[in-house]
Design a protein around this ligand. Sequence first.
Ligand code: FES
Ligand code: FES
Length: 176
Amino acid sequence: MSPDDPLVRRAADPITVALTVNDRPSRMTVEPRTSLADALRDELGLTGTHVACEQGVCGACTVEVDGEAVRACLLLAVQADGTEVRTVEGLAAPDEPLHPIQQAFTDHHALQCGFCTPGLVMTVHHLLAERHGVDDGEIRTVVSGHLCRCTGYQGIVDAVRHADRTWDRPIGDGSG
Ligand code: FES
Ligand code: FES
């Protein structure tokens, strides 16, 4: 089948996706092969979602889709049609400079270059939004799903523990 074949061209035709991102209705027109990570970055300018391995290993691209932490490099933007997406840009409330999880990462030196940080923060947000009193073993298991070349991880574990204590949240509400 040649690239000029009408079937091939139709498969590559841009598709409009409507979704809610950080509480705002958003529309973007993307090629069917575009990942959600690339669409967030390139179409909506939300470059806090980082892209590294593009195969679901490093965790840098993690966002929440309908309240679940997902690797945005593995999800096509068209699969996110109709969903509610939250990125690191949408964590802090309008009246706070940083979300309590972000503040805990700052206070515990849980980042150096910061490349892994947005994805980690989103995974931790998903973990802590569900419950209080997460134990160290669970924190280490969750954090181990993210590659960080800088910190040695102890500061990240300390930050998650601290955020668990300081983030005033109603359990079961994944927002803010
Ligand atoms: S870029 Fe998505 S998991 Fe690495
Ligand atoms: S802070 Fe540099 S990769 Fe984690």
